[in-house]
Design a protein around this ligand. Structure first.
Ligand SMILES: [Fe+2]
Length: 408
């Protein structure tokens, strides 16, 4: 490589353009390598760090002292070092730049409902003053979750939303954050067990009729939407569709058979959880379904939904075997809840009941769409095929109906 000496004209060009244009642009104009021009600028005593600060640049720096050093360095065409030193001299102490993790936590603490991934990313970029790669953002999020922050990913309308579920024990009423807004009239159901022999297509048809009749927009499903795999040793006697991919297809078909505009709010049940742990380890079938159906939102294992703008509906699937009375279980869960919702919904036992409590609060056992299964026959339960139609709810009145279609 030959090193041409710089002509007088070239030196003059550099002198008059340093600080006005980037070194890269000058290098391309002079048709010289970038590094060479940079060294030349240094030799001429015009380097970024030594260059005099003009009045204009100093004022700009004072007015934009909150901008990140990176952005200022680009705007003023000076090294980051030079900016930092000047800020120190001017007494413009840097506001502590929040880290990516601080930014994520800050934003998540401030949002009322789960925030769309792209909006979260935009707000992080605004806060940090720099472009953020989706992969580094997702990695940081994973670290936070591994550390123990209860950040929930909600799949809805083909998109990912995030929420920091538990955000402080000082305000018990805000202990578990809302995940979505729902409104009456709505249907509360659970334990469809799609893919099992006992799943009742006829009961489903009745439900669809009711959705049309009452113009229902929200359906909450408290777990065990699918039969899954790996649940119990004799599960094959219950399985109509043993293949998981076929169960997904089945579920997509069922959700799409409802009238347009119906939204499903899904919770993880024992059958989906067992699948995750036993058959395709880690595979989240409901997440896969939510990613296929825009009408489906999936919230993981516990969900608190905001009903009619003012009330809380907490959904838990439930677990465990027999107790001397099935309603005992939901009462027990109720007693143990620190933050009592207005409505507690549980699935799992395939029983249908509404138990009114003080202050118009309701405990709801959400029924099933499965006629029978080996597990429950073994435990001595008779499944109650049906669901709850909640026509209206407020702090004074609640209008609900236990719907038991006469179909088998
Ligand atoms: Fe179930």
């Amino acid at each position: 490589m030959t090193h041409k000496t710089y002509s007088k004209e070239e030196e003059e060009y550099i002198r008059s353009n340093v600080g006005k244009m980037t070194t890269r642009d000058m290098a391309s104009h002079l048709n010289r390598p970038f590094l060479g021009v940079e060294r030349k600028i240094e030799r001429m005593g015009l380097s970024n760090n030594d260059r005099e600060w003009s009045e204009k640049d100093t004022i700009f720096l004072r007015e934009h002292k909150d901008w990140s050093i990176g952005v200022l360095s680009k705007k003023l065409n000076r090294s980051k070092d030079s900016i930092a030193q000047k800020k120190k001299r001017e007494g413009l102490t840097d506001p502590p730049t929040p880290s990516l993790r601080d930014a994520i936590l800050n934003i998540l603490q401030g949002v009322e409902l789960p925030i769309l991934e792209s909006s979260l990313l935009e707000r992080i970029e605004a806060l940090l003053g720099e472009k953020m790669e989706l992969t580094s953002f997702r990695r940081e999020l994973r670290y936070l979750i591994e550390e123990g922050y209860d950040i929930k990913e909600v799949i809805s309308d083909f998109d990912r939303y995030y929420v920091l579920v538990r955000h402080g024990i000082t305000r018990p009423e805000a202990y578990y954050r809302f995940l979505v807004d729902i409104n009456t009239p709505l249907i509360i159901t659970a334990d469809w067990h799609l893919g099992s022999i006992g799943f009742s297509e006829l009961a489903l048809k009745e439900m669809i009729k009711q959705v049309e009749e009452y113009k229902i927009k929200d359906i909450v499903v408290a777990g065990d939407i699918t039969q899954g795999r790996g649940v119990h040793r004799v599960e094959l006697v219950d399985l109509k569709t043993p293949n998981i991919d076929d169960q997904i297809e089945d579920a997509v078909r069922v959700f799409n058979s409802f009238p347009q505009g119906t939204r499903f709010h899904l919770l993880l049940g024992g059958h989906e959880e067992k699948l995750k742990g036993n058959v395709r380890v880690g595979f989240d079938i409901l997440r896969a379904i939510a990613l296929r159906c825009p009408s489906v939102s999936y919230y993981g294992s516990v969900a608190k939904l905001r009903l009619n703008k003012n009330y809380s509906l907490l959904m838990i699937h439930g677990s465990g075997g027999t107790s001397y009375a099935t309603s005992y279980k939901i009462e027990k869960v109720w007693r143990e809840l620190v933050d009592k919702p207005d409505i507690l919904v549980m699935g799992h036992l395939h029983q249908l009941a509404v138990i009114p409590k003080q202050f118009n609060k309701l405990l709801i056992m959400a029924g099933t769409l499965q006629r029978e299964n080996a597990y429950l026959i073994n435990k001595g339960y008779i499944p109650e095929v049906g669901w709850i139609l909640l026509r209206d709810y407020n702090s004074e009145t609640s209008d609900f109906k236990e719907v038991m279609p006469r179909v088998f």
